[in-house]
Design a binder for this molecule. Structure first.
Ligand SMILES: O=C(O)CCC(=O)C(=O)O
Length: 330
């Protein structure tokens, strides 16, 4: 099911909004000359959006993977797709116990890849989970996921990042609106929008425990963001993201066109979303934890380079190399 705040909004289509005809002159200052998507700007941009450079997710053929043509069209239009009951009940029970085991592993406490909530010791996110757990490695490589991701990407992929966001009952805080691609481009050097996230909800996601919210259609434009990236920005941003968040005006314009949707449902559902779809979430105001695992599939020909708008690369637990194994020093 979807919680939807969009009934009063107009459809975003070529008649109401065409990102490709939007003006896109920008003040880029001295940094990032020639970067494909200027961001982390010293001055407010002259325009709210840039057109997406890489091809939009192709309305591919259902012959190349498990998604049917309606699902492919929905993904191309909205920038995301939700499949309820993707995992069986037995699989959900299994992964819930792995989730708990990881959360309770004392050796992970205080490590850089185990992010705590601002103002408490509750774990907010655990990164590199497919390297921390054989079960999550098997899930990341599961043909049901890989085939969907590669069908959407139109090519071979590798895992750029994996994480669990725990969002504990009452204590789990929200995530500000952002495009993951904006961060991966600026801070990890991801050249193009050729990555897709697969998020499996491992606890029921409902209206009150802070489900992920997305802005349909926002993947079609790049929203340049203000503010220079300091060294090691990740140490702060993973607790509360303040840089790489779109301006209120850009958000308002996009939300007025297509609204906000929050796929909810019982544990086991799969949300696939484009790397550039704007998303965020509220705090968990309920007693129920909201734990989702994310695997990010990046196309192999889109491997990360030097960052486009940050002083240096982020650590490997945030941005994996296609052929390298990451392991934490414990
Ligand atoms: O888990 C959430 O609610 C938000 C996740 C998110 O935005 C992220 O990890 O980039």
């Amino acid at each position: 099911m979807y919680i939807e705040a969009s009934s009063r909004y107009e459809a975003l289509n070529e008649h109401t909004f065409n990102p490709h005809t939007a003006p896109h002159a920008l003040h880029t200052g001295d940094r990032n000359p020639g970067g494909p998507y200027p961001t982390r700007l010293p001055h407010p941009p002259e325009t709210l959006f840039l057109p997406r450079r890489a091809t939009l997710p192709p309305i591919g053929s259902s012959a190349t993977g498990p998604l049917n043509s309606q699902q492919l069209q929905n993904f191309a239009r909205d920038g995301f797709l939700f499949e309820p009951d993707f995992l069986s009940d037995a699989e959900v029970t299994h992964f819930q116990s792995v989730l708990k085991e990881l959360l309770e592993t004392p050796a992970f406490r205080g490590r850089e890849f185990a992010i705590t909530e601002p103002g408490s010791n509750a774990i907010r996110s655990l990164f590199g989970v497919h390297f921390l757990s054989d079960a999550f490695m098997a899930l990341a490589r599961d043909e049901r996921l890989v085939s969907r991701a590669e069908q959407l990407l139109g090519g071979e992929s590798y895992i750029h990042q994996s994480r669990i966001n725990y969002k504990p009952g009452f204590e789990g805080k929200g995530f500000n609106w952002h495009s993951d691609f904006e961060t991966w481009h600026a801070e990890d050097g991801m050249p193009e929008m050729r990555a897709v996230s697969a998020s499996i909800i491992l606890t029921d996601n409902h209206a009150f425990n802070g489900p992920l919210m997305l802005v349909p259609g926002s993947h079609q434009v790049f929203v340049p963001c203000m503010g220079e990236t300091p060294a090691d920005n990740y140490k702060q941003s993973l607790k509360k993201q303040e840089l790489g968040t779109p301006s209120p005006q850009a958000l308002q314009t996009l939300i007025e066109r297509r609204g906000i949707q929050a796929p909810t449902g019982r544990a086991g559902g799969l949300l696939l979303f484009d790397c550039n779809t704007l998303h965020g979430s509220n705090a968990n105001m309920s007693p129920d934890p909201r734990s989702n695992v994310f695997f990010v599939y990046n196309r192999r020909d889109n491997v990360c380079r030097e960052p486009y708008a940050a002083p240096r690369r982020r650590p490997e637990f945030l941005a994996h190399h296609p052929d390298k194994v990451w392991s934490p020093t414990l």
